[in-house]
Ligand binder design. Structure first.
Ligand SMILES: NC(=O)C1=CN([C@@H]2O[C@H](COP(=O)(O)OP(=O)(O)OC[C@H]3O[C@@H](n4cnc5c(N)ncnc54)[C@H](O)[C@@H]3O)[C@@H](O)[C@H]2O)C=CC1
Ligand SMILES: N[C@@H](CC=O)C(=O)O
Ligand code: NA
Length: 435
């Protein structure tokens, strides 16, 4: 057999929601994949935690020793879909050091350690692919890395977590509380093994770090990303959003910003925000994700599709597997890491946006002007005020014009000290008015 026709050996690590679907499509579409690669894929083994469990596969393929499996001579590509960092990190670095190509969906790992993984990949000129790690099935990393390699990306804004988008969509349409819909998101295979990663924004922050690093050619890790989750979002906030013809979405925002000292920096942040109903991201519902990329020459691009779930994620993994296997057969290598710009990371204080501040106040003369004065004292300009009466007093909702986060924070802190303000009920940012 000529070298070009030699089968490409694959090690699958993890056989959960995603791994099961990867395997299914490898089997059912094997001939087509072979035609695209120029050689058949051959599964050398599957690393699982419990080899005694019946998984409907040839049990001789199962092993609980992922290290030995991935380092086998006849393994060319390692597909890692088990998640976690402690085992996956040395496993994948070891595989790359041994010259194996790696395909992974593990955003938690990539958001912290892409530099170490890329260094190992470079040491043996191996491939490291991870399209599934951001926005599931949606091809977004490939386009950013390849198709947009000649452009200057200015901003990336997206809904990149299927679980929270599913929950927020349900809260908006049915008035349900977030905890009621979380179990359903887990059942549907959207949520992480520990769903705290989803609802508290860690998963989206990991994806924001990966997106920002690739978009701006500068290393951003998950720790650099400002993060707020959705667990404090209430049905009342949705009601308030509707008054403003808005909805609430958990957004990942990555952009180049000018800091107060005039230097350029990268801002990466994740938080629930109001967005106008007419904004293209407002109609992205359920486990769907969407990523809007703004670039100097391209203008605005939008990528949309299923961001979570076994089969959609398997689509991205399989695309990478075909690419990595084809490189093994034909030669060549995927574009490597490109973080030559080494921009500093901006803090949340450097962000400028609009705010919706809801507070409970004593219903007496002069309160409105005192509150307005506090915004003005900190240089935060008010766009709208709405007051509603309640048994306890009054609720005051203030929508600001664009203001710096540090000024808004100082305003809120001063308001919370005022005698006439009973409680700051919520502060939520308003994004996407420039669409
Ligand atoms: N489910 C989804 O929608 C998406 C998941 N991902 C990522 O894909 C990866 C896998 O996710 P899921 O399939 O949803 O998770 P899962 O929890 O359903 O599957 C992971 C599997 O790996 C196994 N595993 C864990 N440690 C192991 C070890 N040391 N050796 C062998 N097997 C081990 C677990 O027993 C489990 O069966 C994660 O990194 C996740 O963040 C990425 C995009 C979407
Ligand atoms: N838990 C994640 C899975 C995909 O990355 C999500 O809900 O988006
Ligand atoms: Na993707």
């Amino acid at each position: 057999m000529s070298d070009a026709k030699r089968p490409v050996g694959v090690a699958l690590v993890g056989m959960g929601t995603v791994g099961t679907e990867v395997l299914r499509y490898m089997e059912t579409n094997g001939d087509e994949l072979a035609a695209r690669i120029g050689a058949p894929l051959e599964l050398r083994g599957i690393a699982v935690r419990d080899t005694s469990k019946d998984r409907g596969v040839d049990s001789s393929l199962l092993t609980d020793d992922p290290v030995s499996l991935t380092l086998r001579e006849d393994v060319d590509v390692v597909v890692e879909v088990m998640g976690g960092i402690d085992i996956a990190k040395p496993l994948l670095i070891g595989a790359l050091n041994a010259g194996k190509a790696v395909v992974t969906a593990n955003k938690a790992l990539l958001a912290e350690y892409t530099d170490e993984l890329a260094e190992a990949a470079d040491s043996t000129e191996s491939d490291l692919y991870f399209e599934a790690a951001v926005a599931g099935a949606i091809p977004v990393l490939g386009p950013l890395r390849r198709s947009m390699a000649g452009d200057q990306v200015e901003r990336v804004v997206g809904i990149v977590n299927g679980t929270t988008n599913f929950i927020l969509s349900e809260m908006d349409s049915t008035g349900a509380a977030y905890s009621e819909t979380l179990a359903e998101a887990s059942r549907l295979g959207y949520a992480e093994a520990d769903p705290t990663a989803d609802v508290e924004g860690y998963d989206a922050a990991a994806k924001a770090a990966i997106l920002a690093s690739i978009a701006f050619h500068s290393r951003v890790t998950a720790k650099d990303v400002y993060r707020e989750g959705i667990s404090a979002i209430t049905p009342a906030q949705f009601e308030s959003a509707r008054h403003m013809e808005c909805t609430i979405k958990l957004l990942a925002l990555c952009e180049k910003v000018r800091r107060s000292d005039g230097t350029e920096a990268v801002s990466a942040r994740v938080y629930p925000a109001l967005i106008p109903l007419g904004h293209p991201l407002a109609s992205v519902d359920g486990a769907y994700n969407a990523v809007v990329v703004e670039a100097e020459a391209a203008g605005r691009l939008m990528f949309y599709g299923q961001g979570a779930g076994g089969a959609p994620t398997a689509s991205a993994v399989l695309g990478d597997l075909v690419a990595a296997a084809r490189n093994k057969v034909m030669g060549g290598r995927a574009p490597g890491e490109s973080t030559y710009r080494a921009l500093p990371v901006a803090t949340i204080d450097d962000v400028v946006t609009r705010y919706h501040v809801s507070m409970s106040v004593h219903d007496r003369a002069g309160v409105l002007s005192q509150v307005a004065a506090e915004f003005s004292n900190h240089g935060v300009s008010i766009a709208q005020v709405r007051q509603t009466e309640s048994e306890q007093g009054a609720e005051l909702v203030v929508l600001t014009h664009r203001a710096a986060e540090r000024d808004l924070a100082a305003t809120v802190s001063a308001l919370s000290e005022m005698d006439s303000v009973r409680e700051i009920v919520s502060v939520i940012r308003l994004e996407g008015e420039d669409q």
